[in-house]
Ligand binder design. Structure first.
Ligand SMILES: Cc1cc2nc3c(=O)[nH]c(=O)nc-3n(C[C@H](O)[C@H](O)[C@H](O)COP(=O)(O)OP(=O)(O)OC[C@H]3O[C@@H](n4cnc5c(N)ncnc54)[C@H](O)[C@@H]3O)c2cc1C
Length: 291
């Protein structure tokens, strides 16, 4: 049973922001409702004012520029990201990630912004955006600010948005030359939330195979999407081989702080982190060599 609320459907960002500024903690945004309706039905959130932003057409876009990189509007559907020729050409890892996110029905209605703002550490997009060094543009009536995706997540289902702020855009910088990226999650059935997920980005030197930069990010292995920086250090400055990949996986599994639930114990998840870090980092290295 959903508690009563007053409903607004603004058609502009400015109108949505004025409503947020007016009602603050008493209000909540709803976009596709794929997560929001569940928490409202469970009684975990009982907003007095519901601000439905799905009709703000100006926040639904995918744009790419070789200099500025990729910009995705917060209301862009998962399915649009999966199918976008621009993304398939320049950021294939995002399209691959989306292909295994939920069902086609959910991807056709759920938005990328809603996924990030829900703050679920098991969400698929966040680890990939963190590996890609993406930034998030947050707006309020007072102005705009930009935060690293990595800094956006505070705790389980908690993000750094102020009550009068909304996410408007995701900004992904152009990939440096010789960069390879990958994402995989452990799932029982295609489209399930990941038992764990792993995103990796590797940049190799201009002429050799020495790793110049590495980002390894885990999903559902802590209360927030987790960058495992000690594991990254194992790879940076070295020519990556199987031994180093194993070492990185082992260290990542020690940096993780995974939950235990019906889908798997913390111990099982740690073992899977070892396997997935090694597998996805190997894929990223191969892709960097071919880039
Ligand atoms: C059956 C099912 C399977 C799923 N499987 C997966 C999966 O495998 N992987 C995965 O990652 N996710 C999965 N999800 C989650 C799904 O991807 C998200 O629910 C969806 O993307 C959220 O988008 P939405 O537009 O529906 O957001 P909503 O549900 O409308 O909102 C979610 C939260 O974000 C806030 N919000 C929304 N937009 C903004 C904004 N622009 N600015 C500020 N706050 C905002 C809302 O207030 C709310 O707190 C699944 C969901 C379902 C129902």
């Amino acid at each position: 049973m959903i508690a009563d609320f007053e409903y607004f459907a603004p058609k502009t960002v400015k109108k949505a922001l004025s409503l947020l500024s007016q009602y603050r903690e008493k209000a909540k945004i709803i976009a596709g409702g794929q997560s929001m309706l569940i928490v409202m039905k469970q009684g975990l959130l009982t907003p007095e004012y519901l601000i439905d932003i799905k009709g703000i057409a100006a926040l639904e876009y995918i744009k790419y520029d070789d200099g500025k990189g990729l910009r995705i509007g917060a209301l862009t559907l998962h399915r649009a990201i999966e199918k976008s020729p621009i993304i398939q050409k320049h950021f294939k890892v995002l399209s691959e990630m989306e292909r295994n996110l939920a069902t086609i029905q959910t991807r056709n209605w759920g938005t990328i912004g809603g996924n990030l703002c829900h703050g679920d550490p098991a969400g698929d997009p966040a680890p990939v955006f963190i590996a890609l060094k993406a930034k998030l543009k947050l707006a309020s009536l007072g102005g705009e600010r930009t935060v690293d995706t990595e800094e956006f997540f505070k705790d389980y289902l908690e993000v750094v948005l102020e009550p009068d702020e909304m996410l408007t855009e995701i900004q992904v910088p152009t990939l440096p030359p010789r960069t390879g990226t990958g994402y995989e999650k452990l799932m029982v059935m295609k489209g399930d939330m990941g038992i764990i997920g792993t995103a990796v980005s590797i940049t190799l030197g201009g002429t050799d195979s020495v790793c110049k930069d590495a980002r390894i990010v885990l999903g559902n292995a802590a209360s927030v999407p987790l960058r495992v920086k000690e594991a990254e250090k194992v790879l940076i400055g070295k020519t990556i081989n199987e031994g180093l990949l194993t070492e990185a996986g082992d260290i990542a599994s020690r940096e993780a702080d995974p939950p235990s639930d019906v889908h798997g114990s913390a111990e099982y998840r740690r073992e899977m982190v070892k396997v997935f870090v090694k597998r996805v980092a190997r894929m990223a290295v191969e892709r960097a060599k071919a880039a």
